[in-house]
Design a protein around this ligand. Structure first.
Ligand code: SME
Length: 157
């Protein structure tokens, strides 16, 4: 997708999400709404979902709201792309998941992905946002910047 088109869609998505979620503080409701709007808006979003930090297990993510095919339930910090985002607190943009050490293939059709750490207003990690695409090299700086801004607006304000 052309960069201009991507940017325009992210702007639309951000406007819609800010308006729909205004005043809502329930994290599950926010996550479910983000997954719905983003996965409907972008054709290349094949799997869109959150893995939450499990408060009952040290350094483990547990699946949260998502749209797409069956996702695995739990991911330890440090494993796969989601685990790397959780342990480094840095967005992971992966052009070819098959070249990523320890990638967890929940659905073998996935070829590229982006995973962002999601923090709350206190700066604590609460989840990661995982978006997978069947195409290679779907995600770039435009996706990274737009999604980081969106996560900040929805979960940290
Ligand atoms: N892609 C992830 C695993 C989760 S699923 O693809 C839904 C990873 O390697 O972290």
């Amino acid at each position: 997708m052309q960069t201009d088109q991507k940017k325009a869609l992210y702007e639309e998505a951000q406007k819609e999400l800010i308006s729909i979620t205004e005043g809502e503080t329930n994290v599950t409701a926010l996550m479910a709404t983000v997954c719905c709007i983003l996965s409907q808006k972008f054709d290349y979003y094949f799997w869109t979902g959150f893995y939450n930090v499990d408060p009952n297990k040290e350094n483990e993510l547990v699946v949260g709201p998502y749209q797409g095919t069956l996702g695995c339930l739990r991911i330890p910090f440090g494993r796969g792309v989601c685990g790397a985002a959780a342990s480094t607190l840095e967005t992971q943009v992966v052009a070819d998941v098959h070249a990523f050490p320890g990638h967890i293939a929940c659905d073998s059709r996935t070829n590229s992905e982006i995973v962002l750490p999601v923090t709350n207003a206190d700066g604590q990690l609460i989840a990661v946002l995982d978006v997978d695409s069947v195409e290679a090299n779907s995600f770039d700086e435009t996706d990274r910047i737009a999604l980081e801004t969106l996560m900040q607006r929805i979960f940290a304000q």
